[in-house]
Design a protein around this ligand. Structure first.
Ligand code: FAD
Length: 276
């Protein structure tokens, strides 16, 4: 490990190599790092845009160790607007991290993993899905449920067929409202949980999306009889330092940056600010 990687405040240098437009508000930025970064699915990094600022993002690329890194970013404010409007191949950025624990894949061995994502929540979920596919035979089944506002708001659509063809994997999509030409399910992502055909006691859930989605997905899962300790919520809320010092992202005694960002619902459910 280099000196830079040992110092959590020191970003490693990276260069933008490609920018892919996923939807009207989401782009995937592909980076080449000056040294390999090793991360587990669900861990996040701090991306520095020189002269503009820094923001946390969970890589959307395959977990492991590599000098290639992808981050899929929704336009929402100062840093993300600048990325969308001005950042192009050849531009320098910095990457700090990885931070957080990531998904506890060891607990999922031999179980069904239900992946529930909405909106830009599909970005961190993609690293999770790639991570599950790395050892797909470790799991009984991988069942993916994604929701978006319209068919044009899904990211990674060109990969969906490949994912659905992986062994014991299935993928279902829904959009919020009827849309010309859409013949699939309509309704927010919880509608895909209505006719859930999994063994609930033997299933773990990972979910990422807006707070409001996480709330209603969790309530639905509890209603269906899921153990709160089988529900992992990726909580992408505001934070600053990334390692439990700035106290901006705590839920009770837990820090989303340090203990998450994928938090076990059973551990946090009795604290007041779980859903923002
Ligand atoms: C662990 C983690 C992983 C994340 N992964 C991703 C990812 O993969 N892709 C992605 O697009 N985004 C991700 N985010 C969210 C991302 O960090 C924010 O969108 C980003 O920090 C916004 O920075 P900004 O300077 O563009 O916006 P700002 O100018 O700081 O804010 C603009 C507006 O957005 C609101 N806002 C800013 N950050 C957040 C937030 N985290 N949650 C809710 N509202 C916010 C502000 O209150 C403000 O209203 C992640 C966040 C965390 C904590």
């Amino acid at each position: 490990m280099s000196e830079k990687m040992k110092n959590i405040y020191y970003p490693i240098d990276a260069e933008v190599v490609d920018v892919v437009t996923e939807t009207s508000t989401i782009k995937t930025f592909k980076f080449k790092l000056s040294e390999p970064l090793k991360f587990r699915a669900g861990q996040f990094v701090q991306l520095t845009v020189p002269g503009i600022g820094e923001a946390p993002f969970t890589p959307s690329s395959e977990p492991g160790e590599s000098t290639d890194l992808e981050i899929t970013i929704l336009r929402t404010g100062r840093v993300t607007d600048y990325l969308h409007d001005f950042i192009k191949p050849g531009d320098p950025v910095g990457i700090r991290g990885p931070f957080g624990e990531g998904y506890p894949f060891d607990k999922f061995k031999g179980k069904t993993v239900l992946v529930v994502g909405g909106g830009v929540g599909l970005a961190p979920m993609r690293a999770g899905i790639y991570g599950l596919f790395q050892n797909i035979d470790d799991y009984k089944r991988v069942s993916i449920k994604f929701g978006a506002r319209t068919p044009n708001d899904f990211c990674f659509t060109d990969e969906f067929d490949t994912w659905a063809k992986k062994p014991h994997t299935d993928l279902k999509l829904t959009i919020d409202r009827p849309f010309p030409g859409w013949t699939g399910t309509v309704g927010v992502v919880t509608v895909l949980l209505d006719d859930l055909d999994v063994d609930i006691e033997d299933t773990y859930v990972i979910s990422c999306g807006p707070d409001i989605m996480l709330k209603f997905v969790t309530l639905k899962l509890l209603d269906l009889g899921f153990d709160p300790f089988h529900i992992y919520l990726s909580m992408n809320r505001r934070m600053s330092c990334g390692f439990g010092k700035c106290h901006r992202c705590n839920i009770g005694p837990y820090y989303i940056c340090k203990d998450g960002p994928d938090m076990c619902y059973g551990e946090i459910m009795n604290y007041p600010n779980v859903f923002g």
